[in-house]
Design a protein around this ligand. Structure first.
Ligand SMILES: [Zn+2]
Length: 96
């Protein structure tokens, strides 16, 4: 997968700073309207003008092709699992 730098924008859900993007379905740089997933929280996002990001609506995700939707949801689950792991590690740190 090719990594494309993007202008830094904070995720609207978790404020994680997004500054690069990896193509899920191709090698093209992202453009307005493309979907992406926050690697901080797993929020499905869409690029806006100037490659900012906004949270994608459930109806937008529902309208995607089944294959692409499955890919997005798999990536989201991966990042959410990572986040859960990090959260648990933090909890364990506090416990000790
Ligand atoms: Zn996020």
């Amino acid at each position: 997968m090719k990594t494309h730098p993007t202008p830094p924008h904070a995720c609207p859900t978790c404020s994680h700073l997004l500054h690069r993007q990896q193509g899920l379905t191709g090698q093209q740089p992202p453009k307005r309207g493309d979907f992406t997933v926050c690697d901080g929280c797993g929020q499905i996002l869409r690029f806006t003008e100037g490659l900012g990001v906004r949270a994608a609506g459930d109806h937008e995700v529902a309208m995607l092709s089944p294959d692409f939707r499955a890919t997005l949801l798999t990536v989201r689950a991966h990042f959410q699992q990572q986040q859960g792991t990090a959260t648990n590690a933090e909890k364990n740190k506090r416990r000790n």
